[in-house]
Each structure stands twice: as structure tokens, then as C-alpha cells.
Design a binder for this molecule. Structure first.
Ligand code: SF4
Ligand code: SF4
Length: 429
């Protein structure tokens, strides 16, 4: 195996006002972790080469594409949450980038400013900007945050001192009044994007963008359905990587590559080519999203000989389970449809959130999993409390269940490994 490295673009990074020396060290470390986590896997599908290359070019060719978009006057907008409607950004000719907050490396930068006892995703994302160690943050025109949790909504005020940060109010209930407010927020977002790009979004632009996003989400749905096959033709780690890349790749190219990989997986299934052995324990993960490069739980579970077959998470099904009508006749209807589509996302910030409990049970059945691990980040109150209801539902249904609350540091890996192994043994009995 040739040595893997994430490619360096020091001149471009310097132009982007990054801390180049420090970032270069992080690049080398990330490359090593990627090689160890991903390239050591046996018998991977050939179609993973595209996604491996997306990692090799993580700080290079995609950044060049974003710079080219800016040259053409197309807005590049950073987001942190799947409630921000990408369709509107695409319709205005812009680029939407889901910013990463999955690394321990940027947490100390954040802790110099923010309190330590908030979730690591918020700290990691903020630290990337504070430390000037993320080229995506340096390229974008503005950030669009949301009010899904207290840690995020107060952090946006501080982040705004470093990069223009706008905020979408996301209601926390789903009544008629909330729906009306949400639609108004979607319209305000459209106005903001239009005024920045100097382009009025037409109904045809919205239809085209909706088709693009539907196709991308359908490709991810197809991949998720194929991995549910027993034995599965692709590792959970590889699917997680694809789901993470979905947040920054160009959507049309991304969907094409995912579909090509799916063609290969269909052939693998027909030829009975599987990644793990037939009797590997099948695990579903539910809970908070795993932003790039958070591979901690997948590494532990698959390192112990099991396979992850589903992510009920914003990095997983919450991002792609819902499509929307592509053919509305007028702007008001398409924006209403868009709002309804986004309102189906069942984040734990909502109360009540019974839909999510039902969705977890549905995905458990569909994926053919044999146990659920609920994964939460430290200090995330909404997921950590909603976990109680997921646990109760699993007890009721007789589903083997385990709860993990963690952060991005390697400190708890030994302890988690012991717990995961014990859980897998319990499933195998
Ligand atoms: S978990 Fe909630 S707040 Fe986080 S990305 Fe998903 S929808 Fe947004
Ligand atoms: S994981 Fe929880 S605390 Fe962290 S950003 Fe998401 S909703 Fe907020």
C-alpha cells in the first residue's frame, strides 16, 4: 500500500490567511489517521477511490472550486445544521458547505474563548475559525447558523466577530404558528441569499435545485438500502465517510459517484461479496451527527468485529430520508413544500418529538440491525435527555441497547472499547 497523504497547498492557504505551519501539522496527522482507519480495511469497493481522493484533496481541489465560484460572483455559504435549506443556495447559483466540527484538534482554540462545558461539536467548529485552521471557513462569504440549541445560538454572536454570521430561528415545536414562523424564516433566508448574489431566484431555479437535491438524497437512500443487505457489501466506516463528504462535495458529481458505487454494490451482492463475515453483529447508531473527521465510534465497533448498518443521525438518514415535490407551479407553493420538507427532520431540539422515537424503531427494523447504540456528545442536553425515551422504547420492544456519551478526545477509548465488546457479546448470546 502506498503511503497516503492529504495534499498540501501552502501558497493558497497563505493567501487565505491561515495559520499555515500549524495547519500543515494537522494535515499530516489527519492523513495518518485516515490511512490507519480507512485504507487498512480489506476488500473495499473500488468505487471508494473517488471518496478517498476527496479526502486527499480535502484542502485543495474543492477549495479551488469554491474560490472559482466566488470569482464568478456565486455566494459560498457555510452552515452547521441540516435545517438550513440548501435548495435555496443552489437555486441562487451558490455553494453550500456543511462546516466540520468533528475534531479534537480545534477544541483548545475554542476553549480559550468559549466555556469548556459546551458540546465538542460547537467548540470544534468555532475553534477552526478562531485558530484559522480550516480553509473552508476562510473561503466562505458568510455563515448561516440556527437556534437549535443554546450553545450554538450564543456562539453565533461571538463567531460573528470573526466572520459574518446570520441566524435562522428554528421553532422548537411543530404547531401551526411554528409552521408560519418557519416559512417566514425560509423566505428571509432566500432574501438574504438573493441580495448577496444579486440574483433573484426564479421558480425554474428552485425546481432545478430541488431536482439536484432530491437526486443527491435519493443516491444516499439507495446506498443506505444496499448496505442493509445481510451480509453487507460495504463497511459502516465507508458509508459514514460518504455521508460526511456529502456536506462539502458538489452535489451533482457526488450523486453520480454514489450511484456508480451503488451499481458496484449491487454486483457485489449478486456475487455474494461481503465485507464482514455473515455472523458479524449488525449495529445501528442513533443520535448526534458525526462531523468529519469523527470516526471514533465506527472505529471501535467495527474494530471489535461488528458492522454498523445504519446511522439515524443528521450525518445519516435525517439528512436524506425526506424528498420534496419538484413541480410546484408557483414560488409560494414551492417554499411551503420546502418548509414542510424541513419540518419533517426530527431533531431532539423539538418537543414533543415522538416522530423520532417511531423513526428509530422503523430504521432498526428496516436495517436488519441486532442492537442500537445511542451516541450523544457531552453536554448536549437535548439528545442526552431524549436518550431516556429511546431507551424506554428499546426496552419495550426487546431491542438490545447501549448508550454512549463521549467527546472527541482519545481519553475514553479504552473504557468505551470494553463496553462495546461487552455489548457485542450480549448480542451474540
Ligand atoms: S442534530 Fe439538530 S441541531 Fe444538530 S445538525 Fe441535526 S438538526 Fe441541526
Ligand atoms: S450536538 Fe447537541 S449541543 Fe451539540 S450542536 Fe448539536 S444540538 Fe447543540
Amino acid at each position: 500500500m502506498t503511503h497516503f497523504e492529504i495534499k498540501a497547498y501552502p501558497e493558497m492557504w497563505k493567501d487565505l490567511d491561515m495559520d499555515v505551519e500549524r495547519f500543515d501539522k494537522m494535515r499530516l496527522m489527519l492523513g495518518e489517521i485516515f490511512e490507519k482507519t480507512y485504507l487498512s480495511q480489506k476488500n473495499r469497493p473500488a468505487g471508494m477511490a473517488y471518496f478517498d481522493n476527496m479526502i486527499a484533496e480535502l484542502h485543495g481541489s474543492r477549495i479551488k472550486e469554491l474560490l472559482a465560484a466566488k470569482e464568478e460572483g456565486r455566494p459560498v455559504i457555510g452552515t452547521f445544521c441540516v435545517y438550513i435549506p440548501e435548495e435555496i443556495v443552489l437555486a441562487a447559483g451558490g455553494v453550500c458547505v456543511g462546516l466540520c466540527g468533528g475534531s479534537q484538534g480545534s477544541v483548545p482554540d475554542a476553549e480559550k474563548i468559549l466555556p469548556r462545558n459546551i458540546c465538542p461539536m460547537v467548540k470544534s467548529a468555532f475553534g477552526f475559525k478562531a485558530g484559522r485552521i480550516c480553509p473552508y471557513f476562510q473561503v466562505l462569504d458568510f455563515v448561516y447558523g440556527e437556534t437549535t440549541c443554546d450553545a450554538k445560538k450564543k456562539t453565533w454572536e461571538i463567531l460573528d466577530e470573526m466572520v459574518p454570521t446570520h441566524v435562522m430561528e428554528i421553532p422548537q415545536m411543530k404547531n401551526q404558528t411554528d409552521q408560519e414562523m418557519w416559512l417566514a424564516e425560509v423566505k428571509a433566508f432566500k432574501t438574504k441569499v438573493e441580495s448577496f448574489s444579486g440574483k433573484e431566484v426564479t421558480i425554474e431555479d428552485m425546481r432545478r435545485a430541488t431536482r439536484t437535491m432530491n437526486n443527491k438524497r435519493k443516491a444516499l437512500q439507495r446506498l443506505n438500502t444496499l448496505r442493509h443487505t445481510n451480509p453487507t457489501p460495504i463497511s459502516g466506516k465507508d458509508v459514514l465517510l460518504i455521508e460526511q463528504i456529502a456536506f462539502y462535495d458538489e452535489p451533482i458529481r457526488f450523486a453520480r459517484e454514489v450511484n456508480e458505487l451503488c451499481d458496484e454494490l449491487e454486483k457485489r451482492i449478486a456475487d455474494n461479496v461481503a465485507i464482514p463475515s455473515k455472523n458479524a453483529a449488525r449495529i445501528m447508531v442513533a443520535g448526534v451527527p458525526m462531523a468529519l473527521p469523527n470516526w471514533k465510534l465506527h472505529n471501535l465497533v467495527e474494530g471489535a468485529g461488528a458492522v454498523i448498518v445504519n446511522e439515524e443521525s443528521c450525518i445519516g438518514t435525517r439528512y436524506y430520508k425526506d424528498l420534496m415535490d419538484e413541480n410546484a407551479e408557483d414560488m409560494e407553493t414551492i417554499l411551503q413544500n420546502l418548509t414542510s420538507r424541513y419540518m419533517q427532520i426530527d431533531c431532539s431540539c423539538f418537543t414533543p418529538n415522538n416522530e423520532r422515537i417511531d423513526q428509530v424503531l422503523r430504521e432498526y427494523k428496516e436495517s436488519g440491525a441486532q442492537g442500537i447504540i445511542h451516541y450523544s456528545l457531552q453536554f448536549c442536553h437535548t439528545y442526552n435527555i431524549e436518550e431516556i425515551r429511546i431507551r424506554q422504547a428499546c426496552e419495550r420492544e426487546g431491542i438490545p441497547y447501549m448508550f454512549i456519551e463521549s467527546d472527541y478526545s482519545p481519553e475514553d477509548v479504552g473504557q468505551l472499547q470494553t463496553r462495546v465488546e461487552a455489548f457485542l457479546e450480549q448480542i451474540g448470546e
